[in-house]
Design a protein around this ligand. Structure first.
Ligand code: ZN
Length: 130
């Protein structure tokens, strides 16, 4: 039974990731993070010269939490950004939002979100972490 559940979940993730191919995240290299951020955009703060951190809006619908990822070489633990030829970004390792109620886990590959696991159907309204 457990095996069947795992197969079903894998199929669902595959379908979800196929839909995710319909939208691609744009990249914007900026000096400062704008007050209002676009949902399908990855911001690289510090620009090309001194990329300091990346900001991305959670891809989970109804969550929209903007998270910051450390990318500067000064951080021991950081995300590696790779700019593809088409300008799209890949981020490594995966993003696991353990501090956010949504607990989303995904990769950004070539500007696309690739889900690691199914995002929860329900995101609590109060953003308190219990
Ligand atoms: Zn989220």
């Amino acid at each position: 039974m457990k095996k069947i559940n795992r197969i079903i979940i894998t199929i669902l993730i595959t379908i979800l990731n196929l839909f995710e191919r319909l939208r691609r995240y744009k990249t914007r290299w900026v000096e400062d993070l704008p007050d209002r951020t676009d949902k399908n955009t990855i911001y690289i703060i510090g620009g090309h010269e001194h990329p300091f951190y990346a900001a991305i809006t959670c891809p989970r619908k109804n969550c929209s939490k903007v998270i910051h990822l450390e990318i500067s070489k000064q951080f021991e633990k950081r995300w590696i950004i790779k700019e593809e030829k088409n300008g799209a970004l890949s981020l490594n390792p995966s993003i696991y939002m353990v501090d956010s109620p949504c607990r989303c886990h995904y990769w950004v590959k070539n500007g696309y979100i690739v889900w690691h696991s199914l995002p929860p159907l329900f995101v609590p309204k109060n953003n308190r972490i219990s």
